[in-house]
Design a protein around this ligand. Structure first.
Ligand SMILES: C[S@@+](CC[C@H](N)C(=O)[O-])C[C@H]1O[C@@H](n2cnc3c(N)ncnc32)[C@H](O)[C@@H]1O
Length: 338
């Protein structure tokens, strides 16, 4: 068989299943989001319930509650034993509010903010930038965003504390540090470490509430715009977690130059992000998240490790190593060049 004939024959054996699997993605997501918003996982945290008991507790009609409960059962988030629903292990651990990590705020963020902005993806791609604006949030939305990002990156913060040895450092500058969740974990794990959270005013307000009791002792908050305002100096390590993906490459180079001025020679730069392969196709989650960073951040994207290394050379840093952290999120470590 010629290679052309083989290719035609392979094509005729193709099925559309992949297309159905991809196209139902929005239905999977929305069932999860609505189950979270209704409080299904929290309500089942204490034990199994019948549909009638569940609907009564939620204050929702049985017929329509069943549609969502059955869908998230099919997706593996609930289990059915006779006529009772119960949380699966994953839902109990991450969605019930009783497990080690509560992903509820993250689900809320994607449902209430991201999902609507994804409706602008086509226009954003045609226009060349996110048409919903750059981090265009009301005060209420800012809280949902900041708390959602914190829940999303909680595992990355823990992995960073376990992977990188901060005992060699005394002062850390967390640029775009969100709610301060990274500094909180790092200062608990490394008692000799002092930290500065640098954030835009609206996000800093959420961080201030979140860090009540910790500010002033070993964590301080500085408000400002990290690509326009002067940055504080005198640090020996700078952290950029989920920040380079909100900016275009030129701004990232400028940000890295500014970060270089914040540390002495030999200081470290830690960039936690969805570093991809050169084609930006792996990891899969990173390739998908590029759309999220475009429609929510306005100008965001994902970048390859090679692109990140190129920025270092232009901004006074030397590549040290690339380390695994948590799933698709990895750590690029660099050192300040004299
Ligand atoms: C995706 S969040 C990451 C938060 C945190 N570092 C984490 O990993 O959980 C990006 C953060 O960068 C902040 N940010 C974006 N542009 C900024 C700017 N120009 N100056 C200061 N902070 C900025 C946002 O307010 C937001 O909190």
């Amino acid at each position: 068989m010629t290679s052309q004939a083989a290719s035609v024959s392979n094509r005729s054996s193709a099925t559309p299943q992949l297309i159905f699997d991809i196209a139902t993605g929005f239905m999977r997501a929305k069932h999860l989001f609505v189950a979270g918003e209704l409080g299904i996982f929290e309500t089942l945290a204490k034990g199994p319930l019948t549909l009638k008991e569940l609907a009564n507790k939620l204050g929702t009609p049985q017929r329509t509650t069943r549609i969502v409960a059955d869908a998230v059962t099919a997706l593996g988030l609930l289990e059915r034993d006779g006529d009772k629903y119960q949380n699966s292990d994953v839902a109990q651990a991450f969605l019930s509010g009783c497990g080690p990590v509560d992903m509820g705020p993250f689900i809320r963020f994607w449902n209430r903010l991201s999902y609507r902005r994804w409706l602008t993806l086509e226009d954003s791609v045609r226009e060349g930038q996110g048409v919903a604006g750059e981090f265009n949030f009301s005060a209420e939305e800012q809280k949902i965003f900041s708390e959602g990002v914190e829940a999303f990156s909680a595992g990355h913060a823990l992995a960073l504390a376990n992977t990188y040895d901060f005992s060699q450092h005394k002062r850390i500058l967390d640029l775009g540090g969100g709610t301060g969740s990274f500094l909180k974990i790092l200062s608990q794990r490394y008692p000799g470490l002092e930290g500065t959270l640098y954030e835009l005013p609206a996000a800093a307000a959420v961080a201030r509430r979140n860090l009540t009791g910790q500010i002033g002792r070993r964590i301080e908050i500085v408000e400002g715009n990290f690509v326009e305002d002067p940055l504080p100096r005198g640090y020996d390590v700078v952290l950029l977690s989920h920040v380079v993906h909100v900016l275009v490459p030129e701004r990232n180079i400028e940000l890295l130059r500014r970060a270089r001025e914040a540390v002495k020679s030999g200081g470290r730069l830690l960039i936690v992000d969805f570093w991809t392969n050169p084609a930006h196709t792996e990891p899969l989650m990173a390739a998908l998240m590029a759309g999220e960073f475009l429609v929510v951040g306005g100008n965001g994207d994902v970048y390859s490790l090679e692109e990140g290394r190129g920025w270092l050379e232009e901004s006074g840093w030397r590549f040290v190593e690339h380390k695994a952290l948590s799933g698709p999120v990895t750590l690029l470590v660099a050192e300040a060049v004299a």
